[in-house]
Design a protein around this ligand. Structure first.
Ligand SMILES: *Cc1c(COP(=O)(O)O)cnc(C)c1O
Length: 408
């Protein structure tokens, strides 16, 4: 690498950082001088969360004890926090509940989608013949495993196809389609509006997994008529390790949402302790059992970092960061050593850069030792996640430079 080029790129990074309106957000996080490019796996800790959790433990649990279910708002936390996530994914209030893992929510959403599809969409006449579930063949594994089980349970045939090929397999037999908004391995962004419209044209329902897009780019759930969606909160939403996931059920579908996991928390009258199940109204139907309060309230506090942040600004910075990182990699890394799997077109790019590289596992281990933290995905992918609230252009330049040195 020529020092001249590196001087230029460092100067450019500095200029970009000085113009970055989100730059001040970084100090709201507990970070050191590590280049942290793994926020697409575990978001960084917002610095105020430990104090809030300490208060929950010592005051709400420690002093108020059981009174906190009412007095500290514990009972209503799943829907209250759902409404905090809603604007980040383009949803009006009352359609999201927080709780359980993404895996569990994929199960609820997909089985419920098949059940609704068989009744006909939006109350159209019944379509008993719908016996196929289409799933992204390149999906994050848990979604695929659960889709396979959901298919067996509902008597459906599972059809795994690449997202781009979904329109070609849709038809009268399609009940539901499960798709990832962005590919976890390559960072490719899939066409949510177009694929949602195609699924609807076939009379089926679509479930979107937003794990790699919520908090990274505008999703527009309501605007695009998405039926159901799920996502985790520990990646771009910084909720903390194992923080609860969320489930979105479009308002018009809520009366027909028939959860395969009806619990006492989704009952119309939870404290009636009735032997027969009667579903609550609205998004509450997505609840199951007692909410995971400590993780949930850590998430609620973590969401404060989004106050006053526009998702459009986050998206603009994300694209600028990934563009700049790719340019730095192009300038520093000798040709042929790495190959970008992430689409160059902005419309097809999520918020990460995936580089295929020989010995990627070993390369990532050495990068981490040198203070550049990304991750490795088998068999040969280096993944770098760009979280615009706390990653700088200087971070992107340094990551590319250290990568070149590591490979050299
Ligand atoms: C991270 C991720 C998950 C994680 O599921 P958990 O149940 O939280 O372990 C699921 N699906 C996708 C697409 C993911 O990226």
């Amino acid at each position: 690498m020529s020092d001249l080029r590196s001087d230029d790129l460092r100067a450019e990074a500095e200029a970009l950082d000085s113009r970055d309106e989100l730059a001040a957000k970084r100090k709201e996080f507990a970070l050191d001088d590590t280049v942290y490019l793994d926020g697409n796996s575990l978001g960084a800790l917002p610095a105020h969360v430990p104090a809030r959790l300490a208060e929950v433990m010592t005051h709400e649990w420690g002093k108020l004890r059981i009174r906190s279910w009412e007095e500290s708002g514990w009972w209503t936390a799943p829907e209250r926090i759902g409404d905090r996530i809603a604007p980040l994914v383009g949803a009006a209030p009352g359609q999201i509940v927080v709780g359980d893992s993404t895996s569990v929510n994929v199960f609820k959403a997909l089985v419920a989608a098949v059940r609704m599809a068989r009744e006909g969409r939006e109350g159209r006449e019944g379509r008993e013949g719908r016996d196929e579930i289409v799933v992204d063949a390149t999906t994050f594994p848990t979604d695929g495993y659960i889709a396979e089980s959901a298919a067996r349970l509902t008597g459906c045939r599972l059809i795994p196809v690449a997202p781009g090929d979904v329109p070609g397999v849709l038809g009268e037999r399609t009940a539901a389609v499960l798709l990832n908004h962005a590919d976890y391995r390559t960072g490719r962004l899939h066409d949510l509006p177009g694929l949602t419209a195609a699924v609807h044209a076939a009379g089926a329902l679509v479930v979107w997994d937003l794990c790699h897009t919520a908090g990274a780019l505008p999703v527009g759930l309501d605007a695009h008529g998405v039926d159901l969606a799920v996502g985790c909160t520990y990646k771009y939403l910084n909720g903390g390790p194992g923080s609860p996931a969320y489930l979105y059920v479009r308002e018009a579908l809520q009366p027909r949402f028939d959860s395969p996991l009806p619990g006492w928390n989704s009952h119309a009258e939870p404290f009636g302790m009735r032997p027969a199940f009667e579903a609550a109204d609205g998004a509450l139907r997505g609840r199951v059992g007692t909410p995971d309060i400590l993780s949930m309230l850590a998430l609620e506090a973590a969401l404060d970092v989004w106050d006053g942040v526009s998702v459009d600004d986050v998206r603009a910075k994300s694209l600028a960061l990934t563009d700049f990182f790719l340019r730095c990699v192009g300038a520093y890394v000798p040709q042929g050593e790495v190959e970008s799997l992430t689409p160059a077109a902005h419309g097809e790019r999520g918020s990460q850069v995936a580089l295929r590289c020989e010995g990627a596992g070993d390369v990532m281990r050495r990068l981490v030792e040198r203070g550049v933290v990304g991750d490795f995905r088998a068999p040969d992918v280096l993944r770098f996640g760009f979280t615009p609230l706390y990653v700088s252009f200087a971070d992107a330049e340094r990551a590319a430079r250290v990568l070149a040195e590591t490979l050299g």
